[in-house]
Design a protein around this ligand. Structure first.
Ligand code: ITT
Length: 192
């Protein structure tokens, strides 16, 4: 019952561990096992999650859970989307990424509608896999607000709320988040 989280993103690791808590799963990470990093050459969340899951399952010999995710702005025809992690440059500077998002969204007419997307793939070493997608609609807010979460959380308010994901506790974020919705859908795939 060992499960490897095929992610190098500490924010994702914390959220995925919390979502798997109490399910009797022995969770470890790609970093803890020293698994190779994966080049994300896909153009969709599904493709990139598949690359990470397949590489991790092959290298570890255990079941692997991969997440590919991102923030898509309507004003930018879905960007940054699968390129969300790279928008802050090679240093992954999310203050810079959010400043770029603000500039580009305002220049494109200032439509603030956006969504977070998470695609989860659970893959076993024999190649079997199941996948699920979760999304949360919301509004972009500038300047960014809050200290919690990670990545673009300070500039996103989910529909029906007035606080950003970064202003919420981990439990509150999990009530709305794309990742927890994807995890719920994955559990339905797994056990019906
Ligand atoms: P792994 O590939 O190792 O999992 P990564 O950070 O490179 O880590 P992605 O390629 O899936 O992951 O990039 C997703 C980016 O989208 C991530 O770096 C964040 O900037 C952003 N993102 C995804 N989920 C988010 C969330 O819940 N809150 C804020 N930002 C998020």
């Amino acid at each position: 019952n060992r499960l490897v989280l095929a992610t190098r993103n500490e924010g994702k690791v914390q959220e995925m561990k919390r979502l798997l808590d109490g399910r009797g799963v022995d969770v470890t990470t790609a970093a803890a096992l020293g698994l190779p990093e994966v080049e994300e050459t896909g153009t969709t969340f599904e493709e990139n999650a598949g690359l990470k899951a397949a590489s991790g399952a092959k290298a570890s010999g255990f079941a692997v859970l991969a997440d590919d995710s991102g923030l898509s702005a309507d004003a930018l025809d879905g960007a940054p989307g699968v390129y969300s992690a790279d928008w802050g440059g090679p240093e992954r500077d999310f203050a810079a990424a959010m400043a770029r998002l603000e500039r580009e969204v305002k220049a494109a007419g200032d439509n603030r509608a956006a969504r977070f997307v998470s695609v989860l793939i659970l893959e076993w070493p024999d190649g079997r896999r199941i996948s699920a997608r979760g999304e949360v609609e919301g509004q972009l807010v500038f300047p960014p607000r809050g200290e919690g979460g990670f990545g673009y959380d300070p500039c996103f308010i989910p529909d029906g709320e007035d606080r950003t994901f970064a202003e919420m506790s981990p439990e509150e974020k999990a009530k709305h988040s794309h990742r927890s919705r994807a995890m719920e859908a994955l559990m339905v795939e797994l056990i019906g």
